[in-house]
Unconditional design. Structure first.
Length: 661
C-alpha cells in the first residue's frame, strides 16, 4: 500500500483529514453513489465517517458537545497500550476525556462525542507509527453502531453514571526504511535529518527531521532554503515507511545592509555595536538571534525584532531590518520587606534608561531599614547611585560606577560607611560572565562600645554562571542553576594595617519535578542553595566587624536571628568569624490559582578558625505561602530553630517579594 502526500498529512493533522473525508462522502452522496474528483480514494481498511460525524466535522473541528436538557454522566476507561507516551497522547486527544468535566452532555451528544473520537484516536496511533491501528468504543456495553444504544442510554436513571470503554488495537509498529532528500542541497544534508533507517516511524520525529534540515541549511548560510512537507510511502507487508524530503538550498549568501528603525533618542551606533552582526557576515540565524538578545539586554528597549528580506539584493546578499521599540526613559519602583530579625524596610528606585543617548542607565535608590527588628537597635538607611555604560570598548562589556552610603545599628555592631567603586563587567557567553574593579570604603564601626575607623581598598573579582534562562531578579527559576565565585583582596588602613583575602563560593540549583508526570512543568520545584566563605591572611580582630562572616537570617539559615550563628562575645552578642558555610533544601509547589506553598530546611555555621565546616551546626526548618502577582511572588515564610539560642526567639517570620533564592 502507498500513502500519498495528502494521506500522510491527513494522518499528521486530523482536522484536515476529517474535513477531507467529509467532503468525499458528501460528493459521493450527491452523485448518487459515484464518487467524483473530490473523493480521496484509499484502501478499504481506511476509516469511514458516519453521517453524524460528517455533519459535526463539516461545521467545526474540533467540535464542542451538543447542549442537552438531561446530562448523561459517564466514567471513561482507555485501554493501556504499553507505551506511556502513547497512553498520555491518547488521553489528551480524546474529547471524551478533555471535555468530560467541562460541560454535561445528553445521550445523543455523548454518542456523537464517541463517534468523533474514533478517528481522532486512530490518528494519534498513526502519529506514533501504528498505521494500521484500530480503535473501538463501547458505551454502557453497546457498540457505537448498535441501534439500541440511544434507547438504552435514555433509560438510564438520572444521576447514574455509565461506563465508556475505549479498546485500542495498535497493530504493527512501522519503521523508517529509506529517508531521501530530493533536491539541490549539500551532500551531507541527509545526515542533518538524523532519521536513521530502522527508527520507529513517529510523525513528530519525521517532521522534526525536516525542521532540522531547514535549520542546518540556514545555519550554513542558505538564507532562502526551502524544505517541503515530507512525502511518505507505506509498505504494509514490511510495516515500513519510505520518506522523501523535497528541498532546495538556494544560494549561499552573506548579510546585506542592516537597517534600524524605531530609534528615538538612543544612538544608532550603540545598537549596531550590541547587535554584532555586520554586512558581509555569513547569514546564520543563531548569530542573528544572539545579536537580537544582546540589543534587548541593553535595558533601553521593550522590543527588538529582526526581519530578513524575502529576496537577495543586487549584490546577492540578504538585507536585515531591526525593528526597535524604546521603553519609557524614566521609571520609579518601590519595594518593601519585613522579617522579625531585621524588622521592616521600605525604599524606592528612580531609573533613567538613556542618560546621555548611549543607553547609559542611571539608578538612584534609597531605603530605610531597622524598624522593629530583634537584630537591630534603631533606624538605618541605605543610599546608592549606579551609572552603567554599556558596550564599553567591546560588545557585552559594561563600565559601572557605584556610590553608596549606609548606616545601620545591629546587635553585632553599629556602622556608618561610604563606598565608591568602579567595575568592568563582561559577558563571556550565554552562561558565563565576570567582573573586576576597584573599591574604596570609609568605615566607622562600633562594636562592644569600642569605635574604630577603617579605610579599605579592595579589588573585587567575580565569575558567575547562570543556566536558568531568566533575565529578571524577581522571575522564578524552575530549572538550571546559578553559581558565583568571588575573590576580594583587601588592604585595611586605620586601626590596623592588614591585607586579607575573602573568598566566597555560592550556588543554587533547581529541579522541575514535572518529569515525574504528576503535574505541569514548573508546578513543583526542588531548590537547593549552598554558600562557603573564608577569610585568609588575618585574624578575627584584624578584620573590620562588617567584613567578618556570620550565619543566620534569610540569606543563610532561616529560623535564627540575623548574624546570630557563630562566635559570640561574653555578653552573647555576635563576634563574627573568618569562615562560614550554609545550605538549603526547599520544595516549592503550586496549589491553585495564584497561590503556592514552600517547605524548607536550612543549616549552617560560622567559626573563627578560618576553615569552613567547623563550629556548631545550626538547623532551621519552616514553610510558607506564595501569592503570585504580575511583578513576582509575594513570599511569607515562618521558620523555627531546632536549637534555640535565645528563649525570646522561638521563630522568625520573613515577608518579601520574590523567592528566597
Amino acid at each position: 500500500m502507498f500513502l500519498t502526500r495528502n494521506l500522510l498529512w491527513s494522518r499528521l493533522f486530523p482536522c484536515s483529514r476529517e474535513r477531507r473525508n467529509a467532503r468525499a462522502v458528501m460528493t459521493k452522496a450527491k452523485s448518487g453513489g459515484h464518487a467524483g474528483a473530490a473523493v480521496d480514494r484509499r484502501p478499504a481498511k481506511a476509516a469511514r465517517v458516519s453521517a453524524l460525524l460528517l455533519l459535526t466535522l463539516l461545521f467545526a473541528c474540533p467540535a464542542g458537545p451538543l447542549s442537552a436538557a438531561d446530562p448523561q454522566h459517564y466514567a471513561l476507561e482507555i485501554g493501556k497500550t504499553g507505551n506511556d507516551d502513547l497512553d498520555k497522547a491518547l488521553k489528551q486527544s480524546a474529547y471524551l476525556e478533555t471535555l468530560r468535566k467541562q460541560t454535561d452532555v445528553d445521550p445523543f451528544a455523548l454518542v456523537a462525542r464517541a463517534n468523533e473520537d474514533v478517528p481522532r484516536l486512530e490518528t494519534t496511533l498513526q502519529s506514533f507509527g501504528y498505521f494500521r491501528g484500530k480503535v473501538s468504543i463501547k458505551i454502557f456495553g453497546h457498540d457505537l453502531s448498535d441501534p439500541n444504544l440511544l434507547t438504552a442510554l435514555e433509560a438510564v436513571p438520572n444521576g447514574r453514571s455509565v461506563g465508556v470503554l475505549v479498546y485500542v488495537n495498535k497493530g504493527p509498529l512501522y519503521h523508517l526504511r529509506r529517508v531521501v532528500v530530493d533536491g539541490a542541497v549539500p551532500d551531507d544534508a541527509r545526515a542533518k535529518l538524523k532519521l536513521p533507517a530502522g527508527q520507529p516511524a513517529v510523525s513528530a520525529d519525521v517532521l522534526a527531521g525536516g525542521t532540522r534540515l531547514l535549520t542546518a541549511l540556514q545555519e550554513d548560510g542558505y538564507a532562502l532554503a526551502k524544505v517541503d512537507p515530507p512525502i511518505a510511502y507505506a509498505d504494509d507487508g514490511a510495516a515500513a515507511l519510505d520518506v522523501t524530503f523535497k528541498a532546495d538550498a538556494g544560494p549561499k549568501t552573506d548579510i546585506g545592509a542592516v537597517r534600524i528603525t524605531g530609534l528615538k533618542t538612543v544612538d544608532e551606533a550603540v545598537v549596531r555595536t550590541a547587535f554584532r552582526v555586520k554586512p558581509g557576515d555569513l547569514y546564520r540565524p543563531s548569530k542573528i538571534e544572539e545579536g537580537r538578545k544582546s540589543v534587548l539586554a541593553l535595558g533601553t528597549f521593550s522590543g527588538v525584532e529582526v526581519h530578513a528580506a524575502t529576496a537577495l539584493d543586487p549584490e546577492g546578499r540578504i538585507p536585515l531590518e531591526l525593528e526597535i521599540t524604546e521603553r519609557p526613559h524614566h521609571a520609579v519602583s518601590l519595594n518593601a520587606a519585613y522579617s522579625t530579625d531585621l524588622g521592616a524596610s521600605a525604599g524606592g528606585t528612580w531609573t533613567d534608561r538613556d542618560l546621555f543617548g548611549g543607553a547609559e542607565q542611571l539608578n538612584l535608590a534609597a531605603s530605610i531599614n531597622g524598624v522593629g527588628g530583634t537584630a537591630v537597635s534603631t533606624l538605618g538607611y541605605n543610599l546608592t547611585a549606579q551609572l552603567q555604560k554599556p558596550e564599553f570598548f567591546a560588545p557585552d562589556q559594561t563600565l559601572e560606577f557605584d556610590l553608596g552610603a549606609v548606616k545601620q545599628k545591629l546587635i553585632a555592631y553599629d556602622q556608618t560607611a561610604q563606598t565608591g567603586a568602579i567595575l568592568v563587567k563582561r559577558k563571556f557567553s550565554a552562561l558565563w560572565s565576570g567582573s573586576a574593579g576597584l573599591s574604596l570604603t570609609h568605615d566607622d564601626v562600633t562594636q562592644e562600645h569600642v569605635a574604630r575607623t577603617y579605610e579599605l581598598l579592595s579589588l573585587p573579582l567575580n565569575v558567575t554562571y547562570d543556566s536558568t534562562g531568566l533575565t529578571g531578579l524577581l522571575q522564578e527559576p524552575t530549572h538550571g542553576g546559578r553559581a558565583s565565585l568571588s575573590f576580594t583582596p583587601t588592604q585595611s588602613f586605620g586601626h590596623r594595617t592588614r591585607t586579607f583575602l575573602t573568598t566566597q563560593l555560592a550556588g543554587s540549583a533547581y529541579i522541575d519535578l514535572s518529569w515525574l508526570d504528576l503535574e505541569k512543568p514548573g508546578s513543583g520545584v526542588l531548590a537547593f542553595r549552598a554558600t562557603i566563605a573564608e577569610i585568609a591572611g588575618a585574624g578575627v580582630f584584624d578584620v573590620p566587624p562588617d567584613r567578618r562572616l556570620y550565619a543566620g537570617g534569610s540569606a543563610t539559615v532561616r529560623g535564627y536571628r540575623y548574624q546570630s550563628i557563630g562566635p559570640l562575645f561574653p555578653d552573647q552578642k555576635p563576634m563574627g568569624g573568618t569562615a562560614m558555610d550554609a545550605g538549603t533544601i526547599e520544595f516549592r509547589q503550586h496549589l491553585f490559582g495564584d497561590f503556592a506553598a514552600a517547605a524548607f530546611i536550612d543549616g549552617g555555621q560560622a567559626n573563627a578558625a578560618g576553615v569552613p565546616f567547623e563550629g556548631t551546626l545550626r538547623v532551621g526548618v519552616g514553610g510558607g505561602l506564595r501569592y503570585y502577582t504580575p511583578i513576582g511572588p509575594v513570599r511569607v515564610d515562618v521558620a523555627f530553630p531546632l536549637t534555640r539560642l535565645r528563649a525570646s526567639d522561638p521563630f522568625e517570620v520573613y515577608i518579601g517579594l520574590g523567592q528566597a533564592f
